[in-house]
Write a protein that binds this ligand. Structure first.
Ligand SMILES: O=C(O)CCC(=O)C(=O)O
Length: 271
């Protein structure tokens, strides 16, 4: 295993034009790779505005569809691990919120279908019901790299500590999270939740949001970030489009786990 690698987080603007979104994403992946990133992560619903009326219109079925073809081509061309944010995925008559991960050979390494659908109603805050159009996934998703095992979850999935703990027990050192919190839950919970999952599981968490667009129907919070196994925020964006980078240092992670062996001190026979 190699001991460290560079991660690129692409906080992208998303517009109501798939072709334009793909151009923006391709330029960002190329730029992150040119900057030496070994792994590049895109935001939740990066090819499609976040809204139930858009999901069926923008959906693609693996392995067809211009977004999926582009992701595979970019991973191969730039020789990077490409965590393709998420897109609406069609499978027969169902739609999923899915993340496709391609390896440096352009091959599909994993697919994560969002497990926990975002069905919430916060009066004077935000209401959303993904289950109006989407079907939940049923499986935990991880993939292996020469650096470490990586877990994948999508946005609301992060609020379920059992899911992330299960992946930590199965050996992940990094969780990648395409996500799009909003202007109600973002300021209140975004950073806190990412830090908590990092701290509890002694893992890196990289959460990648679309850029904030105050004119959009769903205003994403932005604030893409990386938190480390000590619970520290390594880098954090604000609302504007940007590419953040961070070094994922697996020696540092191993040191934290040696000094404070939380995962070993669990008392599974009691709880
Ligand atoms: O958990 C939250 O506050 C936001 C979740 C969300 O926007 C999503 O799952 O798409």
């Amino acid at each position: 295993m190699l001991n460290s690698f560079k991660l690129g987080l692409c906080q992208l603007p998303v517009v109501d034009d798939k072709g334009e979104n793909l151009k923006i994403a391709a330029a960002a992946v190329r730029s992150a790779a040119a900057d030496g990133c070994h792994m590049v992560v895109l935001p939740e619903m990066f090819n499609c505005p976040y809204g139930n009326k858009y999901f069926p219109l923008y959906a693609e079925e693996f392995p067809h569809g211009e977004t999926l073809q582009l992701l595979s081509t970019l991973a191969l061309e730039q020789s990077v691990y490409l965590v393709g944010g998420s897109i609406p995925e069609r499978d027969e008559d169902r739609l999923y919120n899915s993340c496709f991960i391609f390896g440096p050979g352009g091959n599909l390494l994993a697919r994560h279908r969002k497990i926990h659908l975002f069905d919430i109603d916060i009066p004077e805050g935000i209401s959303f019901k993904e289950s109006d159009t989407l079907t939940p996934g049923h499986t935990i998703s991880m993939f292996d790299t020469p650096f470490c095992r990586v877990g994948v979850a999508i946005c609301y999935d992060i609020r379920f500590p059992e899911l992330i703990r299960t992946m930590a027990i199965k050996g992940i050192n990094l969780l990648v999270l395409p996500a799009a919190f909003n202007m109600t839950t973002g300021p209140a919970h975004w950073q806190l939740t990412m830090r908590a999952r990092s701290l509890d599981n002694q893992i890196y968490v990289a959460a990648v949001s679309p850029a904030r667009d105050e004119a959009a129907e769903y205003v994403a919070y932005g604030h893409s970030l990386v938190t480390d196994p000590w619970g520290t925020v390594l880098v954090e964006a604000v609302g504007e489009p940007c590419i953040l980078t961070a070094h994922i240092d697996l020696n540092y992670l191993a040191g934290i786990r040696r000094q404070l062996p939380l995962l070993k001190h669990r008392r599974e026979n009691i709880y």
